[in-house]
Write a protein that binds this ligand. Sequence first.
Ligand SMILES: Cc1cc2nc3c(=O)[nH]c(=O)nc-3n(C[C@H](O)[C@H](O)[C@H](O)COP(=O)(O)OP(=O)(O)OC[C@H]3O[C@@H](n4cnc5c(N)ncnc54)[C@H](O)[C@@H]3O)c2cc1C
Length: 265
Amino acid sequence: MKICCCIKQVPGTTEVKINPETNTLVREGVETQINPFDLYALEEAVRTKERMTAAGDPSTVTVITMGPPQAEDALREAISLGADDSILLSDRAFAGSDTWCTSYVLAMALTKIQPDLAFCGMQAIDGDTGQVGPGIAIHMSQAQVAYVAEIKEIDSKKATVKRLIEDGYEVCEIKLPAVMTVVKEINEPRTPSLRGKMAAKKAEITKWGAADIDAPAEKCGLMGSPTQVVRIMTPPCRGGGDTYEGEGPELADKLYDVLKSMEVV
Ligand SMILES: Cc1cc2nc3c(=O)[nH]c(=O)nc-3n(C[C@H](O)[C@H](O)[C@H](O)COP(=O)(O)OP(=O)(O)OC[C@H]3O[C@@H](n4cnc5c(N)ncnc54)[C@H](O)[C@@H]3O)c2cc1C
């Protein structure tokens, strides 16, 4: 089985700065990490490879990221964690992509690879939309299942999965090829082995630009993005507020009166 996993390199800090002129993240000098949800997606991809290989279907995991050249670090880390090979989608034409466009570029790369199963994290901790996984499936006209918490059964044609929903779980069967996004409950990601670290050091990272995936420039980056960031700002701190002093029960009564006057209780 051919398995892919999409990972995103995100800032390793919450102290993210925005360039007020371009409305984009200032990435220079910011420490980075693999999006935490993607570590679960990668672990599940590697476990699925091991499971399928043990069942007599030799399988591989290819990890993909769209990002700047330094996103190569994330790919090497993914190899240390069990991926077999990796692709960096990097091109000036991809700059400024919104989620629609990010999904499109990833979908074009996946179309070239033709995996049986593509994993994504449930969401990225910086963009936070959760749109890219389902977006990829839409662009590829493939089946998709989001918030997967367990792969119960899988063969080369279908998978039965348990997915998280608001008030419980849902078990569903999905035809392959498909895209799955996973939640943290699905597994416990492994730590890199010494062998993995050596493989990561030596790994050749495949680099693809827009031309390699047949993605026309007008469908990529700012040009291909139906949404544009007009302004990004930090909301001003709320000023004012009232301070009440006194003992617990007295303060509780006071608070109740205040909330009542505001018609909150
Ligand atoms: C209008 C607009 C303009 C933007 N302009 C810029 C910009 O100029 N510069 C900029 O840096 N960002 C920009 N962004 C942010 C960028 O589009 C998003 O970060 C990106 O599309 C991914 O969305 P997300 O972070 O919400 O991911 P989610 O949808 O929350 O991610 C879900 C999963 O998809 C996969 N995934 C997501 N992104 C990638 C990726 N790049 N590679 C591989 N897998 C991935 C991962 O598995 C991840 O767990 C812009 C966003 C918008 C809405």
